[in-house]
Design a binder for this molecule. Structure first.
Ligand code: PMP
Ligand code: GLN
Length: 414
């Protein structure tokens, strides 16, 4: 199993120990919208059923509101009781997908960079992870996440008779890439041609910028039957601690995931599910209007994205502008050379890991090393980037800017 698994724990602990300004782990440091916290309070102060077990595969109110909401988007009549499984965050939806649908010896193609838990989850299911990296386009300045592309030939070359599934994440963590319809069509064509499943992690689906459009691969012809789409109430309503997630797909696939869920977790917190259901009811009514949180959150984050990008540019770091999500990566090779890491015990680690630890300890700023989102075979190739999270208060982003400015002034005075 990959030793990088502990990044969230280790780096969050280090950030707390050094009281660092935290642009590391991806969670909002501001309150969720009032309508959703009120819905939670109402649920908690509701009658006895809100405090007891509910339906194992998803609280009825939640599966019904998810089905109503997403049927319109996927263009398919989603059956609330067959086609949806509510889980303890998107994490558990992913876990159920791998456990239920990947058997001993199956190969799973993962597009890099990828959310780090996919790899251990494949291994725990007895499968083998096979990687295909998104690569920066050659010959052009790489300024946007859209400049990172997947080669159709390279992807096709990884498919063998053992391949069972392709895993994608759009908008992507950490890069912010939002797959275009043509890119998804290319992946869909391969899934259909080789009879593969697709696990599509779409936890940042509402967060797109500059006109980028999130497309659900499950909505492409022939894909509903073979796609498990994964979502997160925590990311959707800025309440990551609630841990309400879901998997959506054809009942003939979901039934295997339900077996895993039923025999491990059984169900997740009733009141939290009720609140997320109320949130989706509200969003269904306000869909496409300026009052919708799915418009307000990206509008707010658009500003934060600009603010962070300008702080980075101000100290000579070139951000790769994300088209979606709430992370931004930047190349650190230009500044890294002047850094004296001091810690001799970290010298075997990837460069970005050493840099991130140094940045926390010496400058009080927490970020995440991007090579953590790569397989061991490719991580050295991509260890000159770090990830900043911008789903933060303006004051947090200001504090980060101050640190960067001071550091850059010190550097230039030497
Ligand atoms: N997938 C991706 C791409 C993520 O960034 C995260 C982190 N939130 C998850 C899944 C897990 O989501 P949750 O917090 O709902 O378990
Ligand atoms: N998804 C969040 C991130 O990428 C949090 C991950 C975690 O805490 N395990 O930062």
């Amino acid at each position: 199993m990959c030793i990088l698994d502990l990044i969230w724990i280790n780096l969050s602990m280090l950030a707390a120990e050094y009281k660092a300004v935290n642009l590391g782990q991806g969670f909002p440091d501001f309150s969720p919208p009032q309508f959703i916290t009120e819905a939670f309070c109402k649920a908690v102060s509701g009658g006895p059923p809100m405090h007891q077990y509910t339906r194992a595969f998803g609280h009825p109110a939640l599966v019904q509101s998810l089905a109503k909401f997403f049927s319109r988007i996927v263009g398919h009549d989603i059956d609330p009781f067959e086609d949806i499984l509510v889980t303890v965050g998107a994490y558990q939806a992913l876990f159920c997908a791998f456990q239920a649908l990947i058997d001993e010896g199956d190969e799973v193609i993962i597009v890099e960079p990828f959310f780090d838990c996919y790899q251990p989850m494949v291994v725990m299911a007895g499968g083998k992870a096979v990687y295909v990296p998104l690569r920066p386009k050659e010959g052009t300045a790489v300024l946007s996440s859209g400049d990172w592309v997947l080669s159709a030939e390279e992807l096709a070359s990884k498919i063998t008779p053992h391949t069972k599934a392709i895993v994608i994440n759009t908008p992507n963590n950490p890069l912010g890439k939002v797959y275009k319809r043509e890119e998804l069509q290319m992946i869909a064509d391969l899934c259909i041609k080789h009879d593969l499943l697709c696990f599509s992690d779409e936890v940042y689906e509402w967060l797109t910028y500059d006109g980028a459009k999130h497309v659900k691969i499950a909505s492409l012809p022939g894909m509903w039957e073979r796609t498990v789409t994964i979502g997160s109430g925590g990311k959707t309503f800025s309440a990551t601690g609630w841990k309400v997630g879901w998997a959506m797909g054809s009942g003939h696939i979901l039934k295997y995931m339900k077996t895993i869920h039923q025999n491990s977790i059984y169900h997740c917190a009733t009141a939290a599910q009720e609140a997320v259901a109320q949130g989706f009811e509200r969003e269904h009514e306000l869909f496409g209007t300026p009052q919708s949180y799915f418009q307000q959150l990206p509008a707010m984050l658009h500003h934060r994205r600009e603010k962070l990008a300008s702080s980075l540019k101000g100290v000579g770091l070139q951000p790769i502008m994300p088209e979606g999500g709430y992370f931004m990566i930047t190349d650190i090779s230009s500044i890294g050379e002047s850094v004296d890491f001091k810690d001799s015990d970290t010298k075997d680690e990837n460069y970005d890991f050493r840099f991130v630890k140094w940045l926390i300890k010496e400058k009080g700023l927490a970020t995440i090393p991007v090579s953590a989102f790569y397989s061991p075979e490719h991580s050295k190739e991509f260890d000159k980037y770090i990830r900043f999270c911008f789903v933060k208060e303006n004051s947090t982003l200001d504090a980060a800017e101050e640190i960067l400015k001071k550091w850059s002034q010190n550097e230039s005075s030497h």
